[in-house]
Design a protein around this ligand. Structure first.
Ligand SMILES: Nc1ncnc2c1ncn2[C@@H]1O[C@H](COP(=O)(O)OP(=O)(O)O)[C@@H](O)[C@H]1O
Ligand SMILES: [Mg+2]
Length: 428
């Protein structure tokens, strides 16, 4: 970000900054989406315009720092520093400090209506749980530190090539293969959302993967709340997913095996499709985003989850809805057709607005050749819903599950986390 778009009107300046100040500058400029060179330029301009030098900054341990400034600014800054009797390094530190004070960190923009993301596909093993957890972790990450994010170049390149499609049958297909080494990364601040993960699958994979215990049978559970038979508040069941990077923003509503009997328990309940919504309503104000990890079935629980993700009256299209996880193989297409017809039926029968947030093509491995690349292309060709992420098949995901650690704690800089951060931003 420090290299100028055009060098003709800027000159390279080499000086020194203490590492902590340089880091703050890097984070703040990323948070505000401005170039470091522009921030330094503004800081020096403001510093020079002050009546006198501000209080000194501790510059011990200052290390080499270079940037690009408009021609002449550094020369006049040198003169100003001399007049004020401060060293260039001290002057620059004061200028950067001044810019930081004048440009405070932005506050996190919270949605006015809690966003509800329903991660679904009745096919098991496609990665719903992995994608749900990873997206939630990305949404909850610390907004005051920077995290590597995969930038969109790859997806743009893949979608830009449909006219080449025919040729793939006769030629080598390797140019559509997302070689993970080719991905660009950009360090961006975390999204800082308050996130609730709902383990809505009676198998409890999400709960166990995060190192938590499913709720014991016989006590209160989400099922009890949905059936209107709970003794205590739902918030009593929620547990934090603890790690410094999530602060206290990431929570889990664990599963309970009583959810296997959900259909029976709800048989006497009125408006059963609204049961999940009624159960979660009391805790909604504590969160910005609620993600529901759906079971691999098309039953009543699926209806309740989709109903919960419908667009509310005061909500923007695309803020809440269904996120569908698929794989780049032929059997995924039939499952997808069944799922979308159920969603469309629900939409028509109950006159609901149900948005698709997108398709996630998971466990992608372009080395599998034409089957993989052509099915990926088929998903891309759907357009609505659009492919919002292609997530590679990587061992770090399986390892994190095995170790019962959140992926973002186990491998925060791995390609998997980097891809999931991009996904979280793509659907925000
Ligand atoms: N992108 C990925 N790369 C590698 N392994 C993955 C990936 N996504 C999911 N997995 C693994 O595949 C298995 C099934 O994933 P899971 O999320 O449980 O699927 P689902 O919830 O759809 O049944 C798990 O062992 C999981 O760790
Ligand atoms: Mg699952």
């Amino acid at each position: 970000m420090t290299s100028p778009s055009s060098t003709s009107d800027r000159e390279k300046v080499v000086s020194k900054l203490p590492p902590w100040l340089r880091q703050e500058l890097k984070i703040r400029t990323a948070q505000l989406r401005v170039d470091i060179q522009d921030a330094v330029h503004q800081g020096i301009a403001h510093w020079s315009a002050l009546a006198s030098a501000p209080s000194p900054v501790d510059t011990s341990g200052a290390e080499s720092f270079s940037t690009w400034l408009p021609a002449g600014q550094w020369e006049s800054f040198r003169t100003h520093s001399k007049e004020r009797g401060v060293s260039l390094i001290q002057g620059l530190a004061q200028a950067v400090q001044l810019w930081l004070e004048m440009n405070p960190a932005p506050t996190v923009q919270r949605p006015s209506v809690v966003r509800r993301i329903v991660v679904c596909n009745q096919k098991g093993g496609v990665g719903k749980t992995a994608i749900t957890a990873g997206t939630a972790e990305a949404l909850a990450e610390d907004p005051h530190t920077l995290h590597p994010v995969r930038i969109a170049r790859q997806l743009a390149r893949l979608t830009a090539e449909p006219e080449d499609h025919q040729h793939h049958q006769h030629h080598q297909h390797h140019h559509t293969e997302p070689a993970s080494s080719a991905f660009d990364r950009e360090d961006l601040p975390g999204l800082g959302m308050r996130v609730l993960l709902v383990d809505f699958d009676p198998q409890g994979h999400l709960t166990k993967q995060l190192g938590q215990q499913p709720m014991p049978i016989g006590g209160d559970s989400l099922t009890c709340h949905m059936a209107g038979e709970a003794k205590g508040p739902l918030s009593d069941l929620i547990v934090p997913v603890e790690d410094e990077r999530f602060g206290d923003r990431l929570h889990l509503l664990p599963s309970c095996t009583d959810a296997f009997l959900l259909d029976v328990r709800l048989s006497t309940v009125r408006a059963r499709e609204a049961a999940l919504e009624r159960a979660l309503a009391p805790v909604e104000s504590d969160y910005d985003v609620i993600l529901v990890d759906c079971p691999p079935s098309l039953g009543l629980s699926m209806d309740a989850a989709i109903y919960y993700g419908r667009r509310r009256d005061t909500e923007q299209p695309g803020a809440s809805g269904a996120l569908i996880v698929v794989q780049a193989e032929d059997s995924s297409a039939d499952a997808y057709d069944l799922l979308t017809s159920q969603i469309n039926d629900l939409r028509d029968d109950l006159s609901l607005d149900i948005d698709y947030l997108g398709l996630v093509v998971n466990l992608y491995d372009g080395r599998r050749g034409y089957i993989a690349t052509s099915s990926l292309q088929a998903w891309m060709d759907i357009k609505d819903p659009r492919v919002v992420a292609v997530v590679p098949d990587l061992k770090e995901q399986r390892e994190a599950v095995r170790l019962k650690q959140p992926l973002f704690v186990y491998a925060p800089k791995g390609d998997q986390a980097v891809a999931l951060r991009a996904l979280a931003r793509e659907i925000s």
